[in-house]
Design a protein around this ligand. Structure first.
Ligand code: GTP
Ligand code: CA
Ligand code: CA
Ligand code: MG
Ligand code: MG
Length: 577
């Protein structure tokens, strides 16, 4: 009542009415609801001369906080006008004992001492609790807080030299507090750190140790809202976990649409690669890779990734391979991609609203088909074939690996391979997926793709039968173009035990003729086939048409401007044997 009337009421009701302080009169700009409790039922506010405070605290904790709840408490010593000495000395040990007690304050309702302060502390205790950040007994930050701030440091260390230089500090300051730091303020901060720590400042920049020290200092001086502002800006919630809203911003992906990274996201990922490729060999050594994912709560890429994307001679993921893997994740599991970009701090560093702004949701495939054009840059090819016909070899060959290089199949095998091809000078991603040969296991995802590869083994007379069966069961009337691969063409060809020859089969079903392929080569296997597949995936209407007549190319109604380039090149790409 003293707070609202700003004077001491001589007569007080048994229990005051509930009061709401509007947001605009509070320093933290939050409306605050105050509820009075009657002292006859439970003690709430202690007389500062009360010696049994500890006991009441315990009682309090049990009845009010249920022991486990994280509702912060403020210990208030009222009627300070009646005593001459402060009771703080007796109170502080109690405060240290109970981490729920955020603040102790002495006040007097009679002379209004600390009354508005008290409610300000109450607001602060809710908005910026010290509990999760700091351990008063150890006089140090809690491990989760150190972990979060370490991640923030790493994300903000744009060149990954372990030091926040002036540029990086300014960027950090702008991102968190919307204002740049005055040059003098910047120097002052560094000087404070220098004075207290000998390795807090290095090369005129802040080290991780210095950064952590600074936050400890903020908290110790009651400025923990500064640390909270930083933590919240980087996506942390009150439990110092990354917020689900931060990690998974809403993104709508209608059916028949796919997800790709846009230019901005690729630029960001490129900068992340650059800052971790310390020896500049355009590949990530296991150590560099670990460092890159240090800001993740877990290692997202297993050893199978090395069999999914291009690697260098040492088996390390190359720049190309790194971008390919990101492309794959975005295509197959966009939620995961959003999560990963969140760990890397995409929205903060690239100054975007959320990770979702790094994603392009392509238009419905049916519209592409209708308009006979596509803006997409990732195409999916599902590879079917009987057991042992050479599917894995076909996938690995796309990564430049011949039979000799191909990794031991059982070890960290991958059913995906992704890399780039060039179609009319444009770089496109082709995603190959090896489908498990058992018919009973075919899911919708096994069937949904932009192009189908049916692989048979020229040296195995029973292998074509499987291709014919899959085709007839699933793809005869489908709009998805199909291509037959005659694998292991280095081996002597044996006549297939099937009603007609593979060539005849293709002719009957208006498919391009079987494409010979081998990965049993001395050098890297030929890439032609992958370019053809990508081209067919991009222009499905073309491959559906009758490819045997040359006039087809004139009839194919591709956009007039594209046509000049297209007509000739595409003909060559899809050239019949
Ligand atoms: N000569 C020759 N052998 C090949 C070629 N491609 C694959 N092979 C061999 O054929 C066998 C099966 O190859 P994979 O690529 O594992 O066949 P797959 O279709 O993936 O087999 P599953 O996954 O078990 O269904 C292996 O022993 C390979 O070494 C090739 O182009 N030429
Ligand atoms: Ca740096
Ligand atoms: Ca490297
Ligand atoms: Mg009362
Ligand atoms: Mg295989």
């Amino acid at each position: 009542m003293s707070l609202v009337s700003e004077e001491f009421p001589n007569v007080v009701p048994y229990r005051a009415e509930e009061i709401t302080i509007p947001a605009d009169v509070t320093p933290e700009r939050v409306p605050t609801h105050i509820v009075d409790y009657s002292g006859t039922s439970r003690p709430r506010v202690f007389h500062s001369s009360d010696s049994a405070v500890t006991e009441k605290c315990l009682y309090f904790r049990k009845t009010w906080c249920g022991g486990a709840s994280r509702v912060p408490l403020i210990l208030v010593g009222n009627k300070s006008d009646l005593v001459e000495h402060s009771s703080m000395e007796t109170i502080l040990p109690i405060m240290n004992q109970y981490s729920e007690i955020e603040t102790c304050v002495e006040c007097s309702a009679k002379n209004l001492k600390n009354i508005s302060e008290l409610f300000y502390y109450a607001q602060k205790a809710v908005l910026h609790p010290t509990g999760p950040l700091y351990c008063p007994e150890k006089k140090d930050m809690k491990p989760l807080c150190v972990k979060a701030l370490t991640r923030i440091f790493k994300v903000s260390d744009l060149d990954n030299d372990g030091i926040l230089n002036d540029n990086e500090l300014n960027f950090f300051q702008r991102t968190c507090f919307n204002t740049p730091l005055e040059p003098q303020a910047l120097e002052d901060v560094k000087n404070v750190v220098r004075k207290n720590l000998n390795d807090g400042v290095c090369d005129n920049g802040l080290t991780l140790k210095g950064f952590l020290f600074l936050h400890t200092l903020f908290i110790q001086r009651g400025r923990h809202e500064t640390t909270w502002t930083v933590l919240r800006r980087f996506g942390y919630d009150d439990d110092l976990e990354l917020n689900q809203d931060y990690l998974f911003p809403p993104l709508k992906v209608p059916p028949d649409c796919t997800t790709e990274l846009n230019h901005n996201a690729y630029l960001f990922l490129q900068s992340i690669f650059d800052k971790h490729d310390k020896d500049r060999d355009c590949a990530l050594s296991p150590e560099e890779l670990r460092d890159l994912f240090d800001v993740f709560p877990y290692m997202p890429w297993g050893p199978d990734v090395n069999n999914t994307v291009c690697t260098n001679d040492q088996g390390w993921i190359t720049y190309q391979g790194y971008l390919s893997q990101w492309t794959l994740t975005t295509y197959l599991d966009v939620q995961r991609c959003l999560e990963y970009l969140g760990y890397l701090g995409y929205s903060i560093i690239a100054e975007q609203e959320s990770q979702a702004s790094g994603i392009t949701v392509t238009r419905d495939k049916k519209i592409d088909l209708q308009k006979k054009q596509t803006q997409r840059s990732v195409f999916r090819c599902n590879v079917f074939g009987d057991i042992g016909c050479g599917k894995s070899g076909f996938l690995q060959a796309f990564l430049g690996r011949n039979l000799m290089v191909k990794q031991k199949p059982e070890e960290h095998r991958s059913y995906y391979a992704i890399s780039t091809t060039y179609v009319y000078g444009q770089e496109k991603y082709l995603l190959l997926h090896e489908v498990f040969p058992d018919f009973d296991y075919l899911s919708d995802a096994d069937l949904a793709c932009d192009i189908v590869c049916l692989v048979y083994d020229v040296s195995n007379p029973y292998s074509f039968d499987y291709c014919a069966k899959v085709f007839k069961q699933y793809f005869t009337d489908s709009k998805t173009p199909c291509m037959i691969i005659a694998a292991k063409s280095d081996l002597p060809e044996i006549k297939q035990m099937y009603g007609c020859s593979p060539l005849e089969f293709c002719r009957r079903h208006r498919m391009p003729p079987p494409q010979s392929f081998t990965c049993n080569t001395a050098a890297a296997p030929s890439r032609d086939i992958y370019t053809k597949l990508t081209t067919m995936a991009m222009y499905p209407h073309v491959s559906q048409a009758d490819l045997t007549t040359s006039t087809f190319w004139l009839r194919a109604s591709v956009g007039a401007t594209v046509f000049a380039v297209l007509g000739f090149t595409m003909y060559r790409v899809l050239q019949l044997k």
